[in-house]
Ligand binder design. Structure first.
Ligand SMILES: Nc1ncnc2c1ncn2[C@@H]1O[C@H](COP(=O)(O)OP(=O)(O)O)[C@@H](O)[C@H]1O
Ligand SMILES: [Mg+2]
Length: 412
């Protein structure tokens, strides 16, 4: 049996996923909706995005077996249910379970119920409660973190080292996102992301990655969607791995007890603190740009695992990772992450596009131009991270467009 697969999304993560699935011996046909002009250039079939009705109709007309959504936005709609009603399998959690990402409060409740290590938190339901909680907090003992409950595109969390910042953040978050809000204790330590492919109680660990959120090496510079990543994370030991395994296992058990199977990718945002691995958050998808570093290292076929997940045959397994290291560097448009960017610039490409994934690009009279903040990325796989890093920058160095910007220190 070979499968007809549709990926939903248009970024570098979806491009990396498409390249991975395209290499599967189980694949019959692959489409990306909407994809981008760079993916088309690489020979992938892109389909215009005309909304959920059109996606369902496309799947029926083309006898698509499996839909794999990339971004979280698809997981909080009824798309999975509509595809299911049309006889098409969608490898994603239900909107109820997707609250693991779309509601910080829901996620905290699951973590508590699962008995997993996570920052202490209290719920804030209005400004008065928020002010009282801040007044009661002793900032000499540590900072706090304020988190808006819902999806906020990376703009709903503020780390507040002192009372002044906290009061400011309380009002700003309330104005932008309303209530409820979470007030968490601030934890300290390096961050990492761990990924699993899940079905019910079973999960296959895919590996770990570390990403770079700031636009430049300056830790106070602007926050972005992610300027690069490397995989694997280099500061976790065997005890940390056991903790990571337990985090996925317990989370899936507790979710399962809610009466729905969790199906899809699961991304745990973790911090290695002095007392061990703590969970900062969950996402119900792969990361972008983490996926571009993670997927080249996979020693297994994701399509085979997704089929097993669909058929209820996934077996919990150790990470099927290759020993090599991967580094992925993002090239952004001049001005990013501000709204005023230099766009529409012609992109010059080398003949060899190995390791290149496209994101914010479009085609203008047959010429590829930049049309978004994060434009493309270069990934490389090598026996050491230093060599993967050198190779990724070399690949990026062969590409030019006016205003092209990348961080110089990814994978250092
Ligand atoms: N309890 C915490 N202690 C310290 N830093 C935190 C804490 N929670 C979140 N952060 C910081 O804020 C960032 C964003 O928080 P996260 O919960 O991942 O939200 P989101 O990714 O949805 O914006 C984290 O990557 C981390 O750097
Ligand atoms: Mg996060």
């Amino acid at each position: 049996m070979k499968y007809r697969v549709l990926i939903l999304g248009q970024g570098g993560r979806e491009h990396a996923l498409a390249e991975h699935l395209a290499a599967s011996p189980l694949l019959d046909s692959l489409w990306v909706c909407p994809g981008n002009a760079g993916m088309s250039l690489r020979g992938l079939s892109c389909v215009a995005d005309d909304g959920a009705d059109a996606v369902v109709a496309f799947c029926q007309q083309n006898r698509v077996h499996i839909v794999v959504p990339g971004p979280e936005a698809y997981m909080v709609t009824d798309l999975k249910a509509r595809l299911h009603a049309a006889g098409v399998y969608c490898f994603a959690p239900t909107p109820h379970l997707a609250q693991l990402e779309s509601s910080k409060r829901f996620a905290k409740g699951i973590l508590r119920e699962a008995g997993l290590p996570t920052a202490r938190a209290e719920q804030i339901d209005d400004l008065a409660t928020g002010r009282r909680a801040l007044a009661a907090h002793d900032f000499a003992r540590g900072g706090i973190v304020l988190k808006a409950d819902g999806l906020a595109a990376g703009k709903g969390v503020v780390v507040c080292p002192d009372r002044g910042r906290a009061e400011q953040a309380l009002h700003a978050l309330a104005a932008a996102h309303g209530f409820p809000m979470l007030l968490e204790e601030e934890l300290a330590g390096p961050e990492l992301s761990a990924f699993a492919l899940c079905a019910g109680d079973a999960f296959c660990l895919l590996g770990t990655a570390c990403d770079y959120k700031r636009i430049s090496p300056d830790p106070y510079s602007a926050n972005t969607g992610g300027m690069g990543a490397y995989s694997p994370c280099d500061f976790i030991d065997d005890a940390d791995w056991r903790a990571i395994n337990r985090i996925f296992a317990r989370t899936l058990q507790v979710l399962g007890a809610q009466g729905q199977r969790y199906e899809g990718f699961l991304f745990a945002g973790l911090m290695k603190t002095a007392t061990g691995i703590q969970v900062l958050e969950f996402n119900v998808r792969l990361g972008d740009p983490e996926a571009q570093a993670l997927l080249p290292r996979l020693g297994c076929d994701l399509l085979a695992l997704i089929v097993q997940a669909r058929d209820g045959q996934l077996q919990t397994a150790a990470p099927a990772e290759r020993a090599e290291c991967a580094v992925h560097v993002v090239a952004a448009s001049q001005g990013y992450p501000q709204a005023d960017m230099l766009l529409g610039q012609a992109i010059t490409l080398p003949p060899d596009l190995t390791g290149i994934t496209f994101a914010g690009v479009s085609s203008r009279q047959g010429q590829l131009v930049n049309s978004g903040g994060r434009v493309l990325g270069a990934a490389a796989l090598a026996p050491s991270r230093a060599r993967a890093r050198a190779r990724a920058y070399e690949r990026l160095g062969a590409i030019t467009f006016n205003g092209m910007y990348c961080r110089p220190d990814i994978g250092q």
